[in-house]
Design a protein around this ligand. Structure first.
Ligand code: PMV
Length: 328
């Protein structure tokens, strides 16, 4: 199946036929605690493993769509020319949904660094689908919304709810069982520290990175079983309200994913010297008794995980962090 077939199967006859003059929606970014890395099918973004994330409720993408005379898109208030990658990717996706759609004018604004491993494509696709749902009265279920966002960018399927969200990898070749679901448990003591160490774009996109890892990394065969068991351990820690277990397993999960990336040929290394320096700082802090952990995605930036009761000590030790309280 190709992307258009995956999309149209989920849409079951729904087309892009605007019912309003304008529609607007926000979707949040999510940070994976149990990572998604590896696709069993590329066009549908069907993953080799389950993943589990925490949503940053106030960080994400606001998108507005209006019917127009020609296609145009503003990204962070900047018009993207017809030949810009962003323009082509976005309207290519809309054509795959409906190749007889009317032209659209789209404004999309991220309040988080684009392409720096802070997953703005996830909130972007989730917001886009939410917007189309309103504009065209599609009346999507969360299940359908999650699947459509997944076809845009895998991890976008988790940007459909606040709190902890698990993406079930599914088994079916058509991907109709590969969607995310919010978990009921909350962990109000969880703090996240966003460290934007550099706003540099990532050296290689996640799709290509995953493909190269799957094809050349000798460690990758061990990843799916590890990743599924690790997602289970993280969910168990959430259900037990065991923050230390959650943070410790999340750091281990991230480092195991990065180990597979590093052992790829050519090596996929998203770390910058600043990233490694912060890792050492985190381990030093733990050696001195402060329960702080980290996670990292396909980019150089680090996200700290800690108990909000320790916020003052974390802020004192780590410069330039933005504190997020996901359950505030
Ligand atoms: O959804 P993508 O293609 O941006 O891939 C995301 C991959 C990671 O961020 C590294 C892990 C994850 O689960 O979000």
């Amino acid at each position: 199946m190709n992307k258009a077939e995956f999309l149209q199967q989920t849409l079951a006859g729904r087309r892009i036929r605007p019912q309003h003059d304008t529609a607007s929606a926000f979707a949040p970014v999510n940070i994976a605690l149990a990572k998604y890395w590896g696709k069993r099918q590329v066009a549908g973004n069907l993953p080799t493993n389950d993943s589990l994330s925490i949503t940053l409720p106030e960080h994400g993408t606001q998108t507005t769509i209006e019917p127009a005379k020609f296609d145009q898109v503003y990204l962070n208030d900047k018009l993207q020319g017809d030949d810009a990658v962003f323009h082509q990717r976005l309207f290519g996706f809309l054509d795959a949904i409906d190749n007889s759609r009317p032209p659209l004018s789209i404004r999309t604004t991220n309040n988080i660094a684009t392409a720096a491993g802070l997953a703005s494509s996830a909130s972007g696709f989730a917001a886009l689908i939410a917007c189309l749902n309103q504009l065209c009265h599609w009346q999507l279920s969360d299940h359908e919304w999650s699947i459509l966002a997944r076809i845009g960018s895998g991890s976008a399927c988790r940007s459909i709810a606040n709190g902890f969200v698990r993406w079930h990898r599914g088994q079916r070749p058509d991907g109709l069982d590969s969607h995310a679901q919010a978990l009921a448990h909350r962990m109000t003591q969880l703090g996240i520290g966003l460290m934007t160490l550099t706003k540099q774009a990532k050296p290689i996109g996640s799709t290509l990175g995953m493909q190269q890892t799957a094809q050349t990394c000798p460690l990758f065969s061990a990843w799916p079983d590890f990743a599924n068991a690790s997602a289970d351990r993280i969910q168990q820690a959430i259900e037990n309200n065991d923050l230390t277990a959650l943070m410790s397993e999340s750091e281990h999960n991230a480092m195991t994913m990065h180990a597979t990336m590093i052992a790829t040929r050519p090596s996929v290394l998203y770390w910058q010297p600043e990233s490694v320096a912060v890792m050492h700082q985190v381990w030093q802090a733990r050696a001195e008794g402060l329960a702080v952990y980290f996670t990292m995605d396909a980019g150089p930036n680090i996200k700290l995980l800690f108990n909000l009761a320790d916020q003052a000590q974390v802020v004192e030790r780590f410069a330039n962090i933005e504190i997020i309280r996901p359950f505030a």
